[in-house]
Each structure stands twice: as C-alpha cells, then as structure tokens.
Ligand binder design. Sequence first.
Ligand SMILES: Nc1ncnc2c1ncn2[C@@H]1O[C@H](COP(=O)(O)OP(=O)(O)OP(=O)(O)O)[C@@H](O)[C@H]1O
Length: 288
Amino acid sequence: MTTTDTVTGALLATTGLTKRYGPLTAVDHVDLSLGRGIVGLLGPNGAGKTTLLRILATVLSPDAGDVRLLGLDPTEPKERLEIRRRIGFLPQSPRLYGGFTPLEMVDYVAILKEHTDKTWRRNEARAALEALGLGDRMHQRIRTLSGGMQQRVALAAALIGTPQLLVLDEPATGLDPEQRIALRSVLAGCADEGTVLLSTHNTAEVSALCQHVLVMDQGRICWSGAPEDLAAAAQGQVWESPHDEPTAVRSWLTGPGNRRHLGTPPEGARVVTSTLDDGYLLVTRLAR
Ligand SMILES: Nc1ncnc2c1ncn2[C@@H]1O[C@H](COP(=O)(O)OP(=O)(O)OP(=O)(O)O)[C@@H](O)[C@H]1O
C-alpha cells in the first residue's frame, strides 16, 4: 500500500526548504509536492540539485523548512528510520565495497534496511541485478567491474525492496545507450506504485521518461510542469541560420555551418520548433 501525506496527498512534500553552506544558499525556499510518477530535476552545475536530493534522502538536514516523505516526518527518529527502510537513494558518487560481489553488496544494503528474511533478500537482490543487466556478473568482485557496471550495482542497491520513493542523483551516468534504455523500463515500473525523483543533465532522458520536470537554478525551483510545456515555453523564440545573430541571447552550433539561436527572431528568420533544451535554456536564463 502507498502511504501519502494525509494533508496534501503527496508522497514527497516540502515547504520553504533551505540549506546554506556559510554565506551560500544552496537550496533556497523550495516548495514541492510530488505524487506518483517520474519527476526529472534539471539545472546547471551548482544549482543545488545534489543538496536538495541529499536532504530528501535524509542524508542531510535542512537549515529551515519542512519535509514530509511518505507522509512521515524525517526529524522524528522513529519516522526517519521508517522512511529510510522505504526509500531508495542513489548518491552522485556511490560508495561501493570493492571486495564485495554485486549480490553481497545489494544484500548488505537490504540488511541495513532491516530486511530480515535472507531468502527474500537474495531473491530481491538477484531480481534487481538481473533487471539492470548484471545477471552474469553477480558473483564477480565489484572492483573488477567497469564504471558503468558499478553504477548499475549502486542502482540495484537503491531499488531493493521496491521503494515507494526513489531519489536518484544522475542515475544514467556512465551507462551505455543500451543500458540507459533498459534503465528507463526499470524506472517506469517503479513509478507505477511510487515517486521517482531523478536529477539529470540529459534532456532526452527527461523527454523519454518523465511526466513532470523541475528546473532548479541558484537554489530555487524556477520552472515546474510537463516536459512538453517546457519545450513549448520557447516556441517562437528559436531560429536557425548559418551565422551569428545580434538579437540572439544564446547561439550554438548544431552542425557544420548551422547555428541555432534563442531570443527574438529577426524579420524573415527561419523559426523552428522548440525543444526541451530550448525551453530549459530559456527558463534558466530568465531566472538569472
Ligand atoms: N559541503 C559543501 N560545502 C560548501 N559548499 C557546498 C557543499 N556542497 C555543495 N556546495 C555548494 O552548493 C552549491 C550547490 O551544489 P550542488 O552539488 O547541490 O549542485 P548541483 O546542482 O548538484 O551541481 P552539479 O550539477 O554540478 O552536480 C554549489 O555552489 C556548491 O559549490
């Protein structure tokens, strides 16, 4: 059964969430209310995504604001324990034990979550590793696996126990295209029953996978909505030409002899259909 916040109906809710590092406000009054489905968190380097996700994974405490996860309060020790049992977290730089096998590593995470049934644990660990294409690597020492394989071991550890809330910091990092596609199916399955919140720099990943997108910039959520609406936000403001354009706020090369521009198109410009990248660049520019 899915537990939701009794007031908002959300699996994840924050109000006024704030985290400071000395004079820097990394997360600045963030209000969120997320239900079932896959939510993509986009934002430039240093926007505060990792800091926000670490707070939501109960690894870091905020300086101000409220958090409710699965309807529970992480500041209450008993409720925090219950949350940790029921969420999955993939940190940005996962720490794995190189001397363990993938099966031992995922099993160990299940033990930390106090799953006491050994047969259940092993079955769950095997299923998670197989879903991530590691069925033939379960008994190999982690230190002898490739970077992408190690990332998939960490993902399998996050998936153990079918968490109702999955918080994933750049889950597709290091995965080859085939494994990225496989990961999409795994995450889509997780979202049937719960919330998957993932940070990424890959807008194609967001288009393919997410029902909702949040854009973070300078600690704030500067845009929230459906991916197609973010793409549409730049409609009429994107054009292509072979040269630089004075009215463009941003221009970039899209192929030999072709540049794409964002801004106010000049008379007669070849205006093109806007994409998620265009919308993202536009809202982060406006937020500055
Ligand atoms: N432990 C820390 N001490 C001081 N400053 C920190 C610490 N962790 C993060 N920061 C700062 O907080 C801001 C937000 O960092 P954060 O890692 O959350 O951003 P991000 O959006 O995840 O970036 P990226 O896309 O590069 O991973 C940055 O300016 C960063 O330098």
